[in-house]
Design a protein around this ligand. Structure first.
Ligand code: F6R
Length: 261
């Protein structure tokens, strides 16, 4: 895992967008795995800027979102379909046929989950997966206890997550209890992963993910098994890392490091 600590949220957004843009520039038909929530908003803003000002071309790009709330229709403002449309898709030249967000209203979840996995495979797999992290260590909606080999499926949300996400709803009781989410196993198959974290409320989960044992207790710790994962953290989110000095040292020495394969 590469740990990159930036001063501000804006720096985290720009640095992570650069990775995604580089993937698209190297492979115009790249497959992106995308997250919702507050954290990637700055990254999406930067991708939109790169599209408008530097011609970043999404016309052949495909996307697969991590998750959706069960029961919310795509036109519900709290749905992740709606979020993605408002915060990214409507601002770039992506072909709507190449956009995939799990369905929160299918009448056959097992069949849909299988279809979603097959579709990712059919597109050649995810080239770069964007992740946020929950205060309980979840990635996607893989809550504590999720199998580290799990695939796309229904997951019951943790009370902590319901509390955390209540800010997007009128009342906490409106937060759906179930979600459909890519599994940890699905996520680990991405070629490259970038995880973003911002704020002191993520510091414990980040430290558990990076320096704790690999455990279903903190789903993000499974990323320790992935060979191409970079964490972009702001100062607050990095606040509980014990090996902070070493991560900074690595970044400082990076320009002189020998090429890796
Ligand atoms: C959302 C998702 C979640 C969020 C996480 C952090 O698609 O996959 O894992 O990334 O809950 O959410 P924010 O960024 O709102 O703190």
């Amino acid at each position: 895992m590469e740990v990159v600590i930036k001063k501000t949220y804006e720096d985290v957004s720009v640095a992570s967008a650069r990775v995604v843009a580089e993937v698209i520039n190297n492979k115009p038909d790249a497959v992106l795995g995308l997250a919702t929530g507050s954290t990637p908003l700055g990254l999406y803003k930067e991708l939109i800027r790169l599209h408008h000002e530097e011609g970043l071309d999404f016309s052949h790009v495909s996307t697969f979102n991590l998750d959706e709330y069960v029961g919310l229709k795509p036109d519900n403002p709290q749905s992740y379909h709606y979020f993605m449309h408002e915060n990214l898709f409507k601002h770039i030249n992506i072909d709507p046929q190449n956009v995939h967000v799990p369905s929160g209203t299918t009448n056959n979840y097992p069949a849909f989950c299988e279809w979603y996995e097959d579709r990712i495979e059919e597109r050649g797999g995810i080239d770069v997966q964007v992740l946020g992290i929950g205060s309980d260590g979840h990635i996607g909606f893989n809550e504590p206890g999720s199998s580290l080999g799990s695939r796309t499926r229904i997951k019951t949300l943790n009370k902590q997550t319901i509390e955390d996400n209540a800010r997007f709803f009128d009342k906490p009781e409106d937060v759906p209890v179930y979600s459909i989410t890519m599994g940890v196993g699905t996520i680990l198959e991405a070629e490259r992963i970038v995880l973003l974290a911002n704020g002191a409320n993520k510091a414990r989960a980040v430290a558990d993910a990076v320096e704790g044992p690999v455990s279903a207790r903190c789903a993000a710790s499974a990323l320790q098994m992935h060979p191409e994962t970079t964490l972009f953290l702001n100062e607050d989110a990095a606040g509980k890392l014990e090996m902070r000095e070493y991560y900074d040292w690595i970044q400082e020495k990076k320009p002189g490091a020998p090429e890796t394969a």
